[in-house]
Design a protein around this ligand. Structure first.
Ligand SMILES: Nc1ncnc2c1ncn2[C@@H]1O[C@H](COP(=O)(O)OP(=O)(O)OP(=O)(O)O)[C@@H](O)[C@H]1O
Ligand SMILES: [Mg+2]
Length: 385
């Protein structure tokens, strides 16, 4: 929820990232979006207005990108728009997910057909509607040479296990919080949208008692398919755990512990069933924290210690990257930039790819990841005429 990322992509024999453009959210809109992420008052008016305002901003971001690189809109076959998730409730009966940013407004504002509403078809088939990036990550990152795990650290973190063995299935799920709690705590104590470069976390020490309490959240030990959102991993969730402590930790200690939470929950998810050495490095693991056997989790289809590649904004947080690497001794841990794909753009590229799948009538989900009853074409098309 830091802003809008737009990528211009050419699909020839290979995917080519032509150019990217980012637009931060205006403060008022961001406030509305954050408010919409937790149940509150007057939601329908707020949602309706934000839906259109976001659509306009998405269209503006596309126009700015095309102007920047001198590409005419008529050359663009389609826009894939994920939209902004304001509620994701795979556990409710009935389950639902809600992304906003009206695709009609984007089509009208750009003259380009828009593919949107990617998640709900998967949910209609009994799936979680998330994560959706694994199919794309399989298409561009899978290799026969080495087991790989790709971790996308956005607001929520999700991972995709890409076995070198072509017969083994791709697996993926949301591991839990990515940056969402780090950002929430930064807003709270720094009055800043993020803890840039992990500066606050770097000044703190991991509080074992707090970390253990946070890791006891049942979501972490649930088997896949599973997905989650900031509805669960919210500021209120953190506050509840803080309130239960006898002594309040310092602001920096809380941030350091939240970094450890993100790193630990990702690493435990990778460790469960991957055969990765359980012996931690010197600073990697602390004696008081929950052991991975308590975490339950999902066995992975990997036979060797995988290379771990990170994308999403979390790859730009050096303190988080170091914490993750320390949790995975013996694994190569790198940003996807090392594979020639900028960590900052993987998600935007994924939704360009998903739009192309829709245009070509090809499936976009991984049913074994989302739990849907079958592979299916995702999204609806909204035309400008
Ligand atoms: N230099 C940095 N230092 C620390 N954190 C960073 C840095 N750059 C990006 N981030 C983190 O990455 C976040 C943005 O990442 P990204 O755009 O992948 O997430 P998002 O838009 O919230 O996620 P989602 O994919 O879940 O919609 C920021 O909110 C911040 O937490
Ligand atoms: Mg973002």
């Amino acid at each position: 929820m830091d802003g809008i990322d737009v990528a211009l992509v050419r699909f020839g024999s290979q995917l080519e990232f032509v150019a990217g453009h980012s637009l931060p959210f205006p403060l008022e809109l961001k406030k509305d979006l954050l408010a919409l992420c937790t149940p509150g008052e007057n939601e329908i008016d707020r949602l309706g207005c934000a839906d259109v305002a976001l659509g306009r901003l998405f269209a503006q971001a596309v126009r700015e990108l095309l102007a920047k690189v001198g590409v005419s809109p008529v050359l663009v076959r389609a826009i894939g728009s994920h939209g902004q998730t304001i509620r994701h409730r795979p556990g409710l009966q009935p389950a639902f997910t809600l992304q906003i940013g009206d695709p009609n407004v984007i089509a009208a504002g750009t003259g380009i057909p828009v593919v949107a509403d990617f998640r709900r078809k998967d949910m209609a088939l009994g799936g979680q509607g998330a994560p959706l990036v694994p199919a794309f990550q399989e298409a561009i990152f899978r290799t026969k040479d080495k087991d790989r795990v790709v971790v996308n650290i956005g607001g929520i973190a999700n991972l995709t296990a890409l076995p070198a063995n072509p017969a083994a299935p791709v697996l993926g799920f949301d591991t839990g919080p990515g940056n969402t709690l780090l950002d929430a705590w930064s807003r709270r104590v720094l009055n800043a949208p993020m803890d840039r470069d992990g500066a606050l976390a770097a000044r703190g020490h991991v509080q074992a008692e707090l970390l253990q309490a946070l890791l006891a959240e049942p979501y972490f030990s649930q088997p896949a398919p599973k997905s989650t959102g900031p509805e669960l991993f919210s500021a209120a969730w953190l506050e509840r755990h803080l309130a239960a402590l006898a002594v309040a930790p310092s602001d920096a200690d809380v941030q350091a512990t939240l970094v450890a939470l993100t790193a630990r929950s990702i690493a435990e998810a990778i460790r469960s069933g991957t055969g990765v050495s359980l012996v931690g490095s010197e600073h990697g693991r602390d004696a008081h924290a929950t052991s991975e056997s308590d975490m339950g989790g999902t066995p992975m289809p990997l036979e060797t210690q995988p290379d771990v590649f990170v994308c999403g904004g979390g790859a730009r947080n050096p303190v988080l990257m170091r914490a993750l690497a320390a949790q995975l001794p013996g694994c190569r841990v790198d940003a996807t930039d090392a594979l020639g794909v900028s960590a900052s753009w993987v998600e935007a590229l994924a939704f360009a790819w998903l739009a192309r799948q829709r245009v070509l009538g090809l499936p976009g989900n991984c049913p074994q990841v989302t739990g849907a009853s079958r592979a299916t074409v995702l999204g609806g098309v909204f035309f400008p005429e």
